[in-house]
Design a protein around this ligand. Structure first.
Ligand code: PGA
Length: 259
């Protein structure tokens, strides 16, 4: 983390978990133990049907609610899809874009991710744009090439004045939901590499100001060490964001002193 230059963001990704009733229960418990005082930005990205409940519950707090996906088109004949305007009108501040599960299971391409990032920014949403390599790519030594390509394609057409609104999440696919976390050094190396790509595409100032999160089995035990790395500005948390006590411990880890 480097709080002098950029925001620390702790974001939960509930995936396909919790009903609206369970969301209400979670929010009541979460609100009761939410750390007071100086803390990082906190986001909870929840299933679409849980958004109204989550927004209502978190209204008086600094926790921003987000969606887990959206359609790049403004409106029209896209059965089952949800637009950026629907999300902002429902009270969302964030949207996860290009999660590896969507890329792998629903065939989302870098071009789709790019279109969604542009739409989200235009609507005033903060996109949490995900990238990450497979185990095969890591073992073949092409991690950084792959990530650089995802970042360059994903950010195409994002203007100088909007780039700082984008949050990038580095999530090695082999670490998601597996309990196998990247080591702090591995995660730092790629997050630093991502910042270097942004520097090349934009400027040093923009690269310094953008928040790069790590995701993949981040939990209340390993968060402190991961967040102590200079280029890891927060986390995108799946499993551990489903339990209020665990999620709060990660928020507390984000409040650790930095130089
Ligand atoms: P995990 O998921 O924390 O359960 O590994 C992270 C993610 O997929 O965003």
């Amino acid at each position: 983390m480097n709080r002098k230059y950029r925001k620390t963001v702790i974001a939960g990704n509930w995936k396909m978990n919790k009903t609206p009733s369970e969301t209400k229960e979670f929010m009541t418990a979460f609100k009761a133990i939410l750390p007071k005082g100086r803390w990082c930005d906190v986001a909870l990205c929840v299933p679409a049907v849980c958004i109204p409940t989550a927004v209502r519950a978190m209204r008086e707090t600094r926790v921003g609610i987000g969606a887990e996906n959206m359609n790049a088109n403004a409106s029209g004949a896209y059965t089952g899809e949800i637009s950026a305007d629907m999300l902002t009108d429902a009270g969302c501040k964030y949207v996860i874009i290009g999660h590896s599960e969507r890329r792998e299971m629903y065939g989302e391409t870098d071009a789709d991710v790019n279109a969604k990032v542009l739409t989200a920014l235009n609507a005033g949403l903060t996109p949490i744009m995900c990238c990450g390599e497979t185990l095969e790519q890591r073992e073949a030594g092409v991690t950084m090439e792959h990530i650089a390509m995802q970042i360059k394609m994903g950010l195409r057409g994002v203007s100088e004045d909007k780039i700082r609104k984008v949050v990038i999440a580095y999530e090695p696919i082999w670490a998601i939901g597996t309990g196998r976390t990247a080591t702090p050094e591995q995660a730092q190396e790629v997050c630093e590499g991502i910042r270097a790509v942004v520097r090349k595409l934009y400027s040093s100032k923009n690269a310094r100001a953008i928040s790069v999160l790590y995701g993949g089995s981040m939990n209340e035990k390993n968060a402190y060490e991961l967040l102590a790395q200079p280029d890891i500005d927060g986390g995108l948390i799946g499993g551990a964001s489903l339990v209020p006590e665990k999620f709060v411990k990660i928020i507390e880890a984000a409040n650790q002193p930095t130089e």
